[in-house]
Write a protein that binds this ligand. Structure first.
Ligand code: ZN
Ligand code: ZN
Length: 119
């Protein structure tokens, strides 16, 4: 026959076991949420809020493909590549050596080579 103390111990062990199971379940769901919130951070390099346009390998404020203002200015100056729809002076497709001017700007600022342009 169990006395009152034994019953209490059994009850406490049972409750602790339930809590452990509950915590383990919570941890799994928390880490799943953590993974999904981490992915936008990894994509930060591709957004257009920074100084450097990763997509085109040009500082954003000079990027004729991202800034309509720059595009208009370049068109007015006759600095425009109709074929690739960007400033002639920024058309690395027509003249890959033009990229050097901008990679030098990036290197001067960050002391390292920029990431390869994705476009
Ligand atoms: Zn751009
Ligand atoms: Zn071109």
């Amino acid at each position: 026959m169990m006395n009152a103390t034994t019953l209490r111990v059994v009850a406490v062990v049972f409750v602790v076991a339930l809590m452990l199971v509950g915590c383990a379940g919570e941890k799994v769901s928390i880490s799943t949420n953590g993974d999904s919130t981490n992915s936008p951070t990894t994509n930060a390099a591709n957004d257009h809020s920074g100084w450097w346009c990763v997509e085109h390998g040009i500082p954003e404020e000079e990027c004729s493909m991202c800034s309509a203002k720059v595009a208009t200015d370049c068109k007015e100056k006759g600095d425009w590549c109709e074929e690739h729809n960007r400033a002639k002076s920024q058309c690395f497709k027509c003249d890959p050596s033009l990229a050097e001017k901008y990679t030098n700007l990036y290197e001067a600022k960050y002391g390292k080579q920029p990431p390869a342009a994705t476009d």
